[in-house]
Design a protein around this ligand. Structure first.
Ligand SMILES: Nc1nc2c(ncn2[C@@H]2O[C@H](COP(=O)(O)OP(=O)(O)OP(=O)(O)O)[C@@H](O)[C@H]2O)c(=O)[nH]1
Length: 369
């Protein structure tokens, strides 16, 4: 039996099995197997396409962060890219216009965010269909997924995309489960819960899964009483799981009622817009920036005004040390002290060491030995 048939057989068995206390472990085991086969399927695909597989839309990562657009055909991804980035992309009045990914650059107050528009075909990816799997591979590299949805269409589009992403191990707006897991050479299986589990994740369930994965020696520490069997399966398939932030953008709000727009706009992690009418695009860009969680830092040479058009971009909560690292790998070794102006400084300028936390829009002078 090929992997695809195995996946199908498990899915059918899961659909047949009633969900109740008695079948909980059995379903957990099936889920565990499913995750393993899906991972295998995607790994086979990656090996087959190879580094020079010529998939046609692998894009080199550039800029300070990467946002990946995901959505069904004709929801307005190309239009959006045309509006917010400096890349032009062809828009035709028919589906499937975007056949190769077109990276665009969104410039936000000096920072550069790469926006990649993937082929609109993600559906069926988890079943190994078409280019969906390649799309997924690129989606995994995103700092933020921007799911573009058509406000005139129902809930189905969002749910089915979420389901597809879920099936290939992309977890949206979710933290990595707080479970410590380490495979060992000897010593058997040791399972500890820091507090009694409030879900279906019991010691017995963990043992069954480990046995099914042919793992006989391991240490497991469940640190969160809300972790489920699914979370533990994710930990077992760690390399296959990516935890990525997702922003939902509903386009074409010019074509639906105000009540509908209002309802959509109130959903969490959601923005509403109309590319055609130029509505909500500034809010979208701001929200993207906010979700990326980045800070701009302006460097200043002695006796010269800082260049406010060319910031260094680092993660929020970064330190002077992180900043040095982003200048050059070895810069930290030469570092003597920094002068910092801006909201993180107690007085202007403040003389700081490597551990000083910098804020967005700070000005920093770095001095070397
Ligand atoms: N009413 C309305 N139509 C829009 C809006 N934005 C885009 N469209 C139309 O939707 C159609 C599809 O737009 P595209 O930008 O090509 O969509 P896409 O998601 O890139 O499509 P693919 O390339 O097929 O994946 C075009 O006819 C656009 O004119 C909008 O805000 N309102």
């Amino acid at each position: 039996m090929g992997i695809l048939e195995k996946i199908k057989a498990i899915e059918e068995e899961m659909a047949r099995t009633q969900k109740n206390k008695a079948t909980e472990y059995h379903l957990g085991l099936l889920k565990g197997k499913l995750a393993r086969f899906r991972q295998q399927l995607l790994a086979d695909e990656a090996a087959a396409s190879g580094p020079s597989g010529g998939s046609g839309f692998e894009v080199a990562k550039s800029g300070d962060a990467r946002v990946v657009l995901i959505g069904y055909p004709s929801v307005g991804k190309s239009s959006l890219l045309g509006k917010v980035t400096s890349t032009k992309s062809e828009i035709a009045h028919y589906a499937f216009t975007t056949l190769t990914s077109v990276p665009g650059v969104l410039k936000y107050q000096g920072a550069e965010v790469q926006i990649v528009d993937l082929p609109g075909i993600i559906y069926g990816a988890s079943q190994g269909k078409g280019r969906g799997r390649q799309v997924v591979a690129t989606a995994r590299t995103a700092d933020l997924i921007l799911m573009v949805l058509d406000a005139t269409k129902g809930k189905h589009q969002r749910e089915s995309l979420e389901k597809e992403l879920e099936a290939v191990g992309i977890r949206l707006n979710k933290e990595k489960p707080n479970i410590y897991y380490k495979k060992k050479e000897t010593g058997g299986v040791k399972i500890t819960f820091t507090s009694p589990s409030r879900t279906n994740l019991t010691e017995e369930a963990i043992k069954l899964l480990l046995k099914d994965y042919k793992i006989h020696n391991a240490e497991v520490l469940v640190r969160d009483d809300k972790c489920t069997i699914d979370d533990f399966i994710d930990i077992l398939n760690d390399q296959h799981c990516n935890y990525i932030k997702c922003l939902y953008a509903y386009n074409k709000i010019d074509s639906v009622s105000l009540e509908e727009v209002d309802k959509l706009a109130r959903e969490p992690n959601t923005v509403v817009m109309s590319c055609e009418m130029d509505l909500g695009l500034d809010d979208l860009v701001e929200e993207i920036w906010y979700q990326l969680n980045l800070s701009r830092v302006f460097t200043k040479k002695r006796g010269v005004r800082p260049d406010f058009s060319d910031p260094l971009v680092v993660r929020n909560n970064s330190t002077v040390g992180d900043l040095c690292h982003s200048v050059h790998r070895d810069f930290k070794d030469k570092f003597k002290y920094a002068l910092v102006w801006g909201s993180s400084a107690k007085h202007s300028p403040q003389k700081c060491g490597l551990s000083h936390k910098i804020h967005d829009e700070d000005v920093v002078s770095l001095f070397t030995k």
